[in-house]
Write a protein that binds this ligand. Sequence first.
Ligand SMILES: *[C@@H]1O[C@H](CO)[C@@H](O)[C@H](O)[C@H]1NC(C)=O
Ligand SMILES: *[C@@H]1O[C@H](CO)[C@@H](O)[C@H](O)[C@H]1NC(C)=O
Ligand SMILES: *[C@@H]1O[C@H](CO)[C@@H](O)[C@H](O)[C@H]1NC(C)=O
Ligand SMILES: *[C@@H]1O[C@H](CO)[C@@H](O)[C@H](O)[C@H]1NC(C)=O
Ligand SMILES: *[C@@H]1O[C@H](CO)[C@@H](O)[C@H](O)[C@H]1NC(C)=O
Ligand SMILES: *[C@@H]1O[C@H](CO)[C@@H](O)[C@H](O)[C@H]1NC(C)=O
Ligand SMILES: *[C@@H]1O[C@H](CO)[C@@H](O)[C@H](O)[C@H]1NC(C)=O
Ligand SMILES: *[C@@H]1O[C@H](CO)[C@@H](O)[C@H](O)[C@H]1NC(C)=O
Ligand SMILES: *[C@@H]1O[C@H](CO)[C@@H](O)[C@H](O)[C@H]1NC(C)=O
Length: 331
Amino acid sequence: MKKSIFTISILLIFLPLPTLSTSKPKPCNKNDEKVLFNIKKSLGNPYHLASWKPDEDCCHWYCVKCNQTTGRIIELTIFSGNISGQIPPQVGDLPYLQTLMFRKLTNLTGKIPPAITKLTHLTSLILSWTNLSGTVPAFLGRLKKLEYLDLSFNDLTGSIPPELATLPNLSELDLSRNKLTGVIPESFGKLPGKFLSLHLSHNRLTGDVPRSLGFKNFSTVDFSRNQLTGDLSMFFGPNKTIHSAYFSRNKFRFNLSELMFPASFQWLDLNHNKIYGSLPGSLTGLSLQYLNVSYNRLCGKIPKGGDLQNFDNTAYFHNRCLCGSPLPACS
Ligand SMILES: *[C@@H]1O[C@H](CO)[C@@H](O)[C@H](O)[C@H]1NC(C)=O
Ligand SMILES: *[C@@H]1O[C@H](CO)[C@@H](O)[C@H](O)[C@H]1NC(C)=O
Ligand SMILES: *[C@@H]1O[C@H](CO)[C@@H](O)[C@H](O)[C@H]1NC(C)=O
Ligand SMILES: *[C@@H]1O[C@H](CO)[C@@H](O)[C@H](O)[C@H]1NC(C)=O
Ligand SMILES: *[C@@H]1O[C@H](CO)[C@@H](O)[C@H](O)[C@H]1NC(C)=O
Ligand SMILES: *[C@@H]1O[C@H](CO)[C@@H](O)[C@H](O)[C@H]1NC(C)=O
Ligand SMILES: *[C@@H]1O[C@H](CO)[C@@H](O)[C@H](O)[C@H]1NC(C)=O
Ligand SMILES: *[C@@H]1O[C@H](CO)[C@@H](O)[C@H](O)[C@H]1NC(C)=O
Ligand SMILES: *[C@@H]1O[C@H](CO)[C@@H](O)[C@H](O)[C@H]1NC(C)=O
């Protein structure tokens, strides 16, 4: 008897909890709804946005996300739809937006609209796998909260604006697979964010990689398939944080012999450059996931140990005089 009263009082205490804890989300802000209708109209009322209808609260629409407390739109993510035209400048009128994405939309053309600078809360901007053209605008340097900027796989031309280095919290920058020219800005060595992942591959960048980049802690650097020159040793050293380095198919020319790596280093692709000297013994102390130094001007014996003999000969072939396992023995 006592027990069942106890059970009932337990039930009484805990049963109402679920209803208490789910406070009702605020309905979608009317201004934001109006802006979204303008965006839809501007994109020619595409089928992809068919769920954007007045009789449904706009927080429940496809491709958007609201803050449940405020009912303001905080994410607009348009992905893989049959959408043609340009990025509507009205996106700048969603003042609480934190994430803006237009991705895998090959019929999206035109330039990156300046209206985006009105989005002062933006932390992620992803405009990728589209046919956007024009330059990487310097005005993106005004989006001070930006942490993630991905403009990869587009038709962007011109040079990389040094202003991007003024973004205090930028931690990942991806400008790969465009048609960018010019040099890597000196200012990138002053990027204030922690552990930057920097992707500039498959462009037409030229010039020496600035030595200033050595002042910065990177996690991943991908410069492959450009026409970059010079030395890369500033990225490496026992006290650095880099773990993945992709530098293949450029014109880098430096002596590899004395390079040191951080203990956590995992991935090194240097193929198709003009790198000389020998393979540093420090490579044997690492847990390498990937190594490719083929098509360079390296010489001497491949150090024995670590993971170095786990890669096949194509990781080492086409050098001046590298030898030893997995290549033929040194004579
Ligand atoms: C939603 O808005 C409230 C009030 O401004 C804020 O405290 C909260 O952090 C926001 N949540 C998200 C997920 O942005
Ligand atoms: C792009 O536009 C063309 C011409 O209107 C159309 O045929 C094609 O299906 C569209 N593709 C996509 C993926 O939207
Ligand atoms: C995209 O939309 C256009 C025009 O509405 C249509 O002609 C085309 O077939 C669509 N393409 C795809 C891949 O659905
Ligand atoms: C978009 O890009 C693809 C491949 O880069 C190209 O084949 C296509 O014609 C482009 N479409 C438009 C509408 O520019
Ligand atoms: C950068 O990030 C820090 C830590 O998350 C935060 O306190 C600061 O406000 C951010 N700066 C800007 C400009 O958003
Ligand atoms: C880079 O990271 C190392 C190890 O975490 C740290 O000791 C060093 O101060 C950092 N350097 C810079 C420039 O942030
Ligand atoms: C790396 O850091 C250690 C300990 O902080 C320090 O003694 C050493 O001099 C540093 N080495 C380099 C190459 O900066
Ligand atoms: C590369 O550096 C090593 C060690 O400092 C040196 O012995 C070697 O001669 C250099 N190689 C070339 C080709 O300059
Ligand atoms: C190394 O790169 C070369 C050139 O791209 C390629 O032919 C070879 O298969 C690669 N080897 C490995 C082990 O990745």
